[in-house]
Design a protein around this ligand. Structure first.
Ligand code: NAI
Length: 286
């Protein structure tokens, strides 16, 4: 029987979440996505108007179907946590049930269970500030949106996940090497995410037979990355210095995600897998 995937962090056709959705769809999975509430309207409208049709084409010529789009704001676990000004904000008040707990409940009601959970989201309001200039609030916001959001998602979706299921997040090498420009506590957030990948692999593996992995992806010109500002420099650096001198395509990350979610990866858990043209292996730029 086909598998069902929930992918959190899809709001256009440029990012890793979209590419992962496509690779999973090509492998026969049913696709559900979680879209950040402020981006929901434009994403749904663009999808409906056919703006993404070209990027929906799968290798067999058919178009990827997204069975359902759920509104999600992964910095809130439950309704009681949402401040009044957010509740009444007009970008939010048009949707409901978008806290992590409510989203998981909705998916459970609609579909009963899932097999694959993907976390492809991050946010750091002070990402363009060096760590030395980052405020406590900015740092904690980066950790909340980019790291704890994964703990919370897995915690709330695990009860819906079939044993043998697989969970995945996206990380970046700035967690372990100095990447000037990836500031605001985002490097710290990715370090937490990778450490949590190991601890969550243990806990989810022992308790639920769920595998937990992360993909450390190379640079991609996504909406989020363009907002950071240094993405072109990073892509050029990789082209010049990586063992494989080609631009990384989001599909290459998508395909690795499909592999990790499949039984082909049944013994892989707690791992951080590089999909970066090998750049991580270099010691110097050449
Ligand atoms: P993207 O812009 O396609 O994805 C980020 C998504 O997060 C967006 O759809 C945004 O709406 C969503 N989001 C932000 N805050 C949210 C919240 N509170 N609740 C729910 N959704 C929220 O960009 P990209 O780059 O594909 O990012 C996906 C993942 O890949 C992120 O974890 C990112 O750190 C990671 N990554 C990206 C790299 C790159 O060069 N683009 C390199 C390595 C990792």
């Amino acid at each position: 029987k086909g598998k069902r995937a929930f992918i959190a962090g899809v709001a256009d056709d440029n990012g890793y979440g979209w590419a992962i959705a496509k690779s999973l769809a090509a492998a026969g999975a049913e696709i559900l996505v979680g879209t950040w509430v402020p981006a929901l309207n434009i994403f749904e409208t663009s999808l409906r108007r056919g703006k993404f049709d070209e990027s929906r084409v799968l290798p067999d010529g058919s178009l990827m179907e997204i069975t359902k789009i759920y509104p999600l704001d992964a910095i809130y676990d439950k309704l009681e946590d949402v401040p009044e000004d957010v509740k009444s904000n007009k970008r939010y008040s048009g949707s409901s049930k978008w806290t992590v707990q409510e989203c998981a409940e909705s998916v459970k009601q609609d579909f009963g269970s899932i097999d694959i959970l993907v976390h492809s989201l991050a946010n750091g309001p002070e990402v363009s500030k060096p760590l030395l200039e980052t405020s406590r609030n900015g740092y904690l916001a980066a950790l909340s949106a980019s790291s704890y959001s994964y703990v919370s998602l897995l915690k709330h979706f695990i009860p819906l996940m079939n044993p043998g299921g697989s969970s995945l997040s996206l990380t970046y090498i700035a967690s372990e090497r100095i990447i000037p420009g990836y500031g605001g506590g985002m490097s710290s957030a990715k370090a937490a995410l990778e450490s949590d990948t190991r601890v969550l692999a243990f806990e989810a593996g022992r308790k639920h037979r769920i595998r937990v992995n992360a993909i450390s992806a190379g640079p991609l010109r996504s909406r989020a990355a363009k907002a950071i500002g240094f993405i072109d420099t990073m892509i050029e650096y990789s082209l010049a210095n990586a063992p494989l001198q080609k631009e990384l395509s989001a599909d290459e990350v998508g395909n690795t995600a499909a592999f990790l979610a499949s039984p082909l990866a049944s013994a892989i858990t707690g791992a951080v897998i590089y999909v970066d043209n090998g750049l991580n292996a270099m010691g110097v730029g050449v």
